[in-house]
Design a protein around this ligand. Structure first.
Ligand code: TTP
Ligand code: MG
Ligand code: MG
Length: 384
């Protein structure tokens, strides 16, 4: 028997923070609502018992929108837009402050609702997960003439379970891998369900802009555009060797594979981590000498974040590594193994600094990462 088809789903909640708020303010349904205010925008009850909401038109300040309901999006408002600018487009939109506690509670509930039906889940943050449906009973079944009938019914059931548990809608993409599933879940938002198999790639994926691929950011997107490559199909048609020349061996080859919809990464489930890392892509490329202070500050901050991650999860690690990506997209890594496991920020910073000394830093950097591997349980604190 041939191995079962891989069936990987990506699930993303619709207008997540805003939808959570509508659960407690149902009277706002159908209205443009944006999230992003501070405490002073907390709704207040009027003498008539009705909530009084802050309006975007009354906003002054430099804040940005965290998310917007689809009604607000129809007026051109979106995440990361300055609220003063948004107010010009839709002064009547309701403004609500951010309440992470509420969103975290909803997040836990929707994930539990999915886990009841499909336990192999990779957590990708507050409002999204990958789900491996390959081995879920019924997922491989043909229903009538529909070879995807089984998995279609399962995905609907997952959506229903999420809605029952939270009152919220989500969008799901089901495809042979994580890369395509992430793209597919966005194709029919909100409340969408998109199934897409490899043979539909030319028709449904290739017309999309390259930026829809998770991993092609603004800079790579701009460089591709300068080469005349706008769609995923154009990227797929471009010679692989030229991508490797321009973007480096690893990223260039990955671009080619991604455009052809190929991705065999497994789901990373909640089992024991092998390493913990933090990385950041800079707003602008930084040079080791000219931007020394800023780079040093970011470097230290990454080490502190990794140390905090280790402490929170109660791990210490023996191997400290760094990852650099240069402005020509070349990526290099260096690592170093310590005599004893550590979770101490200063010790990590020291070891990462030694790694950095082994790299030629004449080119500007676009990304810096710090990683601690060979993890051991325990809270040993090394003295430095
Ligand atoms: P997204 O899933 O990107 O967006 P969304 O759920 O609001 O809307 P969509 O239906 O398009 O999926 O992000 C999830 C939440 O993360 C979002 O509700 C608010 C938060 N968020 C930010 O804090 N800053 C941002 O820039 C974005 C994009 C999201
Ligand atoms: Mg979402
Ligand atoms: Mg999301």
């Amino acid at each position: 028997m041939s191995p079962p088809r891989r069936l990987i789903a990506h699930l993303d909640m619709d207008a997540f923070y805003a939808s959570c708020e509508l659960l407690r303010y149902p009277e706002l349904r159908g209205q443009p609502v944006v999230i992003g205010g501070g405490r002073r925008h907390q709704p207040e009850r009027g003498p008539d018992g009705q909530w009084r909401f802050a309006r975007l038109g009354d906003y002054t300040g430099r804040g940005v929108i965290t998310t917007a309901t689809y009604e607000a999006r129809a007026r051109g408002l979106h995440s990361a837009m300055g609220m003063m600018k948004a107010a010009q487009r839709a002064p009547e939109a309701v403004l609500l402050p951010v309440d992470f506690e509420l969103y975290r509670a909803c997040s836990r509930r929707f994930k539990a609702a999915v886990a009841e039906l499909a336990p192999v889940i990779e957590d990708r943050g507050i409002d999204e997960i990958y789900i491996d449906l390959t081995q879920v009973p019924g997922a491989q079944d043909t229903v009538g003439h529909d070879p995807l009938g089984g998995v279609r019914a399962l995905a609907r059931e997952i959506k229903n379970n999420v809605h029952r548990a939270t009152g919220l809608t989500c969008s799901i993409g089901v495809t042979p891998n994580k890369l395509l599933a992430k793209i597919a879940s966005e194709l029919d938002k909100p409340d969408g369900l998109t199934l897409l198999m490899a043979d539909e790639l030319p028709e449904r994926i290739w017309p999309l802009p390259v930026r829809r691929i998770n991993g092609i950011g603004p800079k790579a997107g701009a460089r591709l555009q300068a080469m005349g490559i706008e769609t995923i199909g154009q990227l797929a048609a471009h010679p692989r060797a030229d991508l490797v020349t321009r973007f480096g061996r690893s990223y260039g080859a990955w671009l080619h594979e991604a455009a052809h919809g190929r991705d065999d990464r497994p789901l990373v489930t909640d089992s024991e981590p092998v390493s913990m890392s933090r990385e950041t892509t800079f707003e602008r490329d930084l040079h080791a000498v000219r931007d020394r202070t800023e780079l040093g500050r970011i470097f230290t901050q990454l080490c502190e974040q990794v140390a905090a991650d280790l402490a929170r999860k109660r791990y210490a690690g023996r191997t400290v590594g760094i990852k650099l990506r240069f402005d020509d997209f070349r990526t290099v890594t260096r690592d170093l193994t310590l005599p004893e496991a550590t979770q101490d920020a200063a010790a990590i910073r020291h070891a990462a600094g030694l790694c950095l000394k082994r790299v030629d830093l004449s080119r500007r950097l676009r990304l810096l990462g710090v990683r601690v591997a060979r993890l051991e349980p325990g809270q040993k604190r090394s003295i430095t």
